[in-house]
Design a protein around this ligand. Structure first.
Ligand SMILES: Cc1ncc(COP(=O)(O)O)c(C=O)c1O
Length: 416
């Protein structure tokens, strides 16, 4: 394999977001990947510090995903998604809406984050058309990344992504980004959120709140280098949107599916948008897929706005909800699910608590599990059903990894 690649001139493939000329002189090809490691064409081992492009949190080549996709493709490789369907897309929509905030239960499948953004824009336009509103302005933010289709480029606040593409959607205005320089080395959330969010209010005053269709933000700006939202920022955006009837869109393409420690950033910051876009980790990066999830009233308004027995939303892709991608999505979400026996995981500094669900009476499962851990080679003190993990200060990373791995594998082996 490696030799074949070296002999190939590599000329024919025009690579995306790549220094093509430099790459072809000094290529970096991945020939295999497994878990957190990748192997290059020179047979070197590389640890993946960015989950691919933030899309593979469960590791490369996860066997459960491969098996699920394989099994699905043996049964059905393709079904037209227009006016037809297959069971896996409905099942996946169900699972995704279990993870989204309560009132967001309608999921439209696409094939990428960029398509999710274009789809969200069209849903917003259809919603405004259905409600008879003439809202034609969109608000985004400096340093924003919303993908590379014309919709995403129009909303883009990353200058290089727009520079050579002058013909984009009109009527997009950018709020300031949230990293003002004062936040240098601030850990967690910086402080000046309300003031920055008030940019949206200024636009509402300047243009008329009733001309603004939607405000798009990444809850944590990802591609521009992880800008954590300042305190009160997302909350204030929500308030302003509510005041003026503006739809709030969270682009959760990077933040979705557990990266924030909650299913979505929306739950992490306790702010519910009207529309969420998602992609990447939905299939652990194993198959192309994205989705747009909307509040129920948006779906109902758009679908009720046409005559019965006619198409309600003139939009969709040949590969929307592809059977293979849906199988990958279902398997990935199952992998991300918390272990059924774990009730809570807590931690600060070098102390962690893993609380198991009680089995009959409190303490029974914890006592049994502590013994099982011991014979699997791990000592962890249990109080009741809570394991108290307190590694020695002399521990190296590999020791912490060993503790966690033994805890996890023992849960899988004995914990039922
Ligand atoms: C927030 C956000 N939106 C949209 C996209 C575009 O996703 P895709 O590359 O799948 O089109 C990305 C990609 O990194 C992203 O980070």
């Amino acid at each position: 394999m490696a030799n074949n690649i070296i002999k190939n001139s590599l000329e024919n493939h025009w690579m995306p977001f790549t220094d093509n000329r430099g790459f072809k002189i000094d290529p970096r090809l991945i020939t295999e990947a497994s878990g957190v490691y990748m192997t290059s064409h020179k047979n070197t081992k590389i640890i993946d510090g960015s989950s691919g492009l933030f899309c593979s949190p469960a590791g490369h080549c996860h066997p459960k995903i491969i098996e699920a996709v394989h099994n699905q493709l043996k049964k059905n490789t393709y079904t037209s998604p227009f006016g037809m369907g297959h069971p896996a897309s409905f099942e996946l929509a169900d699972k995704v809406s279990e993870l989204t905030p309560e009132e967001m239960n309608h999921v439209f499948f696409v094939n990428s984050g960029s398509e999710a953004i274009d789809t969200a824009l069209k849903i917003i336009m259809s919603y405004n058309s259905a409600t008879g509103q003439n809202r034609h302005r969109f608000v985004s933010r400096e340093r924003a990344y919303h993908g590379v289709n014309i919709g995403g480029v129009s909303l883009s606040g990353m200058v290089n992504n727009r520079r050579t593409f002058p013909v984009v959607m009109p009527n997009v205005v950018l709020m300031r980004h949230t990293w003002t320089g004062e936040e240098l080395k601030v850990k967690g959330q910086p402080k000046n959120g309300v003031e920055l969010a008030n940019d949206l209010e200024r636009f509402a005053q300047a243009y008329g709140g009733n001309t603004i269709a939607a405000c798009f933000v990444e809850p944590v700006a990802g591609s521009t280098g992880t800008l954590v939202p300042p305190e009160g920022y997302l909350e204030r955006l929500r308030e302003i949107c509510d005041e003026h009837g503006i739809l709030l869109v969270f682009d959760e393409v990077i933040t979705g599916f557990g990266r924030m420690g909650t299913p979505f950033a929306s739950q992490k910051f306790d702010v519910t948008p009207d529309i969420m876009t998602m992609a990447k980790a939905i299939t652990n990066g194993s198959m192309p897929m994205g989705a747009v999830c909307v509040k129920d009233h948006i779906y109902e308004t758009v679908t009720d706005n046409s005559n019965p027995d006619t198409i309600e939303f003139f939009h969709g892709y040949t590969y929307s909800g592809h059977p293979g991608s849906c199988a990958a999505g279902l398997a990935s979400l199952e992998i991300y699910e918390d272990h059924p026996l774990v009730k809570d995981v807590r931690g600060i500094g070098m102390m962690g608590g893993v609380e198991l669900h009680a089995d009959g009476h409190p303490g029974k499962r914890g006592t049994k599990f502590q013994k099982e851990l011991f014979w699997e080679g791990l000592h962890v003190k249990f109080t009741g059903d809570s394991g108290i993990v307190a590694p020695m200060f002399i521990s190296e990373h590999k020791h912490i990894d060993e503790i966690i791995e033994k805890f996890r594998s023992t849960l899988n082996k004995h914990g039922n």
